[in-house]
Design a protein around this ligand. Structure first.
Ligand code: CP
Ligand code: NVA
Length: 310
């Protein structure tokens, strides 16, 4: 019988031990490169001869460039497909697109407007499909974030992480990972911007500690890590309303001073200085955002290896 492809659509279905293995491989491959030129393959080139297709329905800088370099460093190659240029844009079905691409390439990464379209694609595909962000989640980002914290010496089990702002797709993946890695997560949002209740309940049912707050100062009290993201995500239509509602959730130095003494700051980028975070925080000594961006590359190499394991 044909083996099911190993899709990476969300963190929920992966056991904690497999996520641990992915992070361990990410750390090991990063260390092993030891300053090698960025365009050279890792010495074992484990995905030589493999091709990754990347479909983008939305803009991207980090995801696009880091997946491209990730597959190259694993010895493989990539192709970028802009959804608007494909027959998808003229009404070809997602299922037919998935079946056809499965005949050409070894894996597909998709940045989709709708999570349900990612799931439809994966269901029809015969090759692994990776979630490169949807309206519901951004699992690759969170593995890079957790890798960054570990590199800074923060042990995830027992760590206190605070999310401040919109309970969006990135916040959702941070919630999904909480029971897997054993950190507690305090989420501060205005009433109408809470993360999906289903995600919160599922994480709690899997022994994840998730606390919801309205007051950002309460949420960051004693936190080891403060995480922010844009107030207006791609696809959000009510920008002005969002900026007004979320402005009290801007991460300022004053807010960071309420976190633990050596608390660090994460942001998936792109950032809007003066909106969700002040420049003196994101550009200050507690910010890890560029290590975090770099680690997208290393984490995704390990994700692609997991998807394409023999
Ligand atoms: N953080 C992130 O996914 O960035 P891009 O939108 O640039 O890919
Ligand atoms: N929440 C943001 C993340 C961008 C990487 C968005 O979806 O636009």
């Amino acid at each position: 019988m044909k083996q099911q492809p190993r899709h990476f659509l969300d963190l929920w279905p992966l056991p904690a031990s497999e996520l641990r293995t992915i992070l361990d491989e990410a750390h090991a491959r990063k260390a092993a490169r030891n300053g090698a030129p960025k365009g050279t393959a890792d010495s074992d080139a484990p995905l030589a001869g493999r091709v990754l297709a990347m479909i983008f329905e939305k803009n991207s800088t980090r995801t696009r460039a880091s997946f491209d370099m990730a597959i190259r460093q694993l010895g493989g190659e990539s192709m970028v497909l802009n959804a608007g240029d494909m027959q998808l844009g003229r009404g070809e079905t997602i299922e037919d697109t998935a079946r056809v691409l499965s005949r050409y390439v070894d894996a597909v990464m998709i940045r989709a407007n709708r999570h349900s379209d990612l799931e439809t694609f994966a269901h029809a595909a015969d090759v692994p499909v990776v979630n490169g962000l949807t309206d519901r989640s951004h699992p690759c980002q969170i593995l890079a974030d957790l890798m960054t914290l570990e590199q800074t010496g923060i042990e995830l089990k027992g760590a206190r992480i605070a999310w401040v702002g919109d309970g969006n797709n990135v916040a959702a993946s941070l919630i999904h990972a909480a029971p897997k890695f054993g950190y507690s997560l305090a989420v501060a949002t205005p009433e109408g911007y809470r993360p999906p209740q289903g995600d919160v309940e599922r994480a709690r049912s899997e022994q994840g500690r998730i606390d919801l707050f309205a007051d950002p100062f309460e949420a960051v009290e004693g936190a080891d890590v403060v995480v922010a993201d844009t107030f207006v995500s791609m696809g959000d239509k009510d920008a002005e309303q969002r900026l007004a509602d979320l402005s009290p959730y801007r991460v300022t130095r004053h807010l960071m001073d309420h976190a633990a003494k050596n608390a660090v700051f994460l942001h998936c980028l792109p950032a809007h200085r003066g909106e969700e975070v002040d420049a003196d925080v994101i550009d200050g000594p507690r910010s890890l955002v560029f290590d975090e961006a770099e680690n997208r590359l290393h984490a995704q190499k390990a994700i692609l290896r997991w998807c394409l394991a023999d």
